[in-house]
Design a protein around this ligand. Structure first.
Ligand code: 5GP
Length: 144
């Protein structure tokens, strides 16, 4: 899907928001949800999404919702740092399939990074163990 198109509320993140699909949640309030990526590029790869904006990408986002979202990204990234002690943290966000986007509900990636440990492939690696993701989510949540 390019930058043009309509929001599809059947996407997997919309299902997670509605409780129709499972997720290892780190944080949730009325505005945002943070949860573990099931195809993580590193241990602790976390996603942060807005709940109330049918925005497929950054360009379509309501600025007020974006403000809350990026503040949550910072908060969760700080908790990831405290919980997992990475050497660095990559924050990414893709807009349109040619740019690498695969799920068309606005989201930010928080990817903890360790010296000498390459990231896995974006949206293409193996599926993580659900129990391990739950444990990671709990460890990060404890540092919020
Ligand atoms: P994008 O490619 O759109 O920037 O990122 C989408 C992300 O969602 C990818 O990193 C991919 O691994 C992740 N993902 C895809 N399906 C699921 C799912 O069912 N649950 C979770 N938690 N993450 C998913």
């Amino acid at each position: 899907m390019s930058l043009d198109g309509a929001y599809d509320d059947g996407n997997i993140f919309a299902k997670i928001i509605r409780g129709e699909a499972p997720a290892a949640k780190v944080y949730e309030d009325d505005h945002v949800v943070a949860f573990m990526d099931v195809f993580p590029q590193s241990t602790g790869h976390t996603l942060v999404i807005p709940k109330q904006d049918a925005a497929r990408n950054l360009l379509e986002a309501d600025p007020a919702i974006l403000a809350t979202l990026i503040q949550t990204v910072q908060r969760v990234a700080r908790a990831v740092r405290e919980a997992l002690k990475p050497d660095g943290i990559v924050v990414t966000q893709f807009n349109g399939a040619p740019a690498g986007q695969t799920v068309y509900h606005l989201h930010f990636h928080i990817i903890p990074t360790w010296e000498g440990v390459p990231h896995g492939r974006h949206a293409g690696g193996g599926m993580a163990d659900p129990d391990e993701l739950k444990a990671l989510a709990a460890a990060i949540a404890a540092k919020l």
